[in-house]
Design a protein around this ligand. Structure first.
Ligand SMILES: C[S@@+](CC[C@H](N)C(=O)[O-])C[C@H]1O[C@@H](n2cnc3c(N)ncnc32)[C@H](O)[C@@H]1O
Length: 299
């Protein structure tokens, strides 16, 4: 399957420059996705380098395998796993040190465009939203089982949605008639709750609530916090960790984690302010619009 037509890796040039890639480097791509960044990385670290690609979504690994086939199987390895456990993943491969790591957070176009996965509200898919469908609670569980205050907290904290009370209230009332089964049903319900209030805004009324539920389902913020804490011990001195985030909650975690690592003498923050895509990239690839990239160098 060839996805290069519809997938463009975000801030690829900036990633490559930030990681200061050289022939022979061993690089971790902790979110291999469709292998877009990985291709650029391999082009710079071969013939002697090696890429370790991880993704918690097994489908991603199939796409990435196809994308990277041309480089030859000895140049990389692809593993199913959560970067939260990156220490176990690398140790399992008997890898003690790496020359750089990339975390390109969030979901990929293939996940968003597959209505059956439940990430988008454009179609009418099952309420799932798990990046790793083999484990954990789904969006269905969150929407249909949580108590009112738990729902409110998720929508407020992870969605930064000011109408969190009203949306949670509509969900709780609607649940009395039976479970909410699909993304279409949920999006319509949110539209009924706050559609009028969103009339003058550029985003769909369900955008923030869907983001909130997705973050909760996948424990995205905890994964990031732990993944960064654990990966740093594997990175060789003067080598770098590069993170691309897509919303302010993630960016804040990266910023404070990098600051903490700098204070403890483990690293040096390279990006005092996050880098953002060029105007041309934002125009060509709307998904890149909210991207922020931060880099830490190991000491
Ligand atoms: C934005 S995409 C990466 C795209 C990739 N850089 C490319 O160029 O094709 C993010 C990927 O990270 C994966 N992912 C998100 N959180 C993860 C985690 N905690 N552990 C492993 N993979 C994760 C998602 O399944 C998705 O495939």
């Amino acid at each position: 399957m060839n996805n290069s037509v519809f997938h463009k890796p975000v801030m690829a040039r900036e990633v490559i420059e930030s990681l200061s890639l050289k022939n022979g480097y061993k690089i971790l791509d902790a979110t291999i996705g469709l292998g877009g960044h990985a291709r650029h990385i391999l082009e710079r670290i071969l013939p002697d380098g090696f890429l370790i690609g991880v993704d918690c979504d097994e489908n991603a690994l199939k796409f990435a395998k196809d994308q990277l086939a041309g480089f030859g199987s000895k140049t990389h390895t692809l593993l199913h796993g959560n970067f939260r456990n990156i220490d176990e993943i690398l140790s399992g491969l008997a890898i003690e040190a790496i020359d750089g790591a990339l975390f390109d957070l969030g979901i990929s176009s293939y996940q968003l465009n597959d209505a059956g996965r439940g990430f988008g509200f454009g179609g009418d898919g099952a309420l799932d939203m798990r990046m790793d469908p083999s484990r954990g609670r789904s969006a269905y569980d969150i929407v249909n089982r949580l108590k009112r205050d738990e729902l409110e907290n998720i929508i407020r904290d992870f969605g930064q949605e000011r109408y969190f009370r009203r949306i949670a209230g509509f969900i709780i009332t609607r649940r009395k008639d039976g479970p909410i089964e699909s993304t279409g049903e949920l999006a319509a319900l949110i539209g009924k709750a706050v559609g009028r209030r969103y009339r003058s805004q550029r985003i769909h009324p369900a955008t923030r609530t869907f983001q909130a539920i997705r973050i909760a389902v996948n424990e995205e913020l905890a994964n990031l916090e732990e993944g960064l804490s654990r990966v740093v011990d594997f990175v060789r001195p003067r080598r770098r960790i590069c993170v691309i985030s897509f919303h302010s909650l993630e960016d804040r975690i990266v910023k404070f984690k990098f600051r903490e690592l700098a204070k403890s003498g483990k690293g040096r923050v390279i990006t005092k302010k996050p880098l953002t895509p060029t105007i041309e990239e934002k125009r060509e690839n709307p998904r890149s619009r909210s991207a922020k990239m931060r880099t830490l160098e190991k000491i």
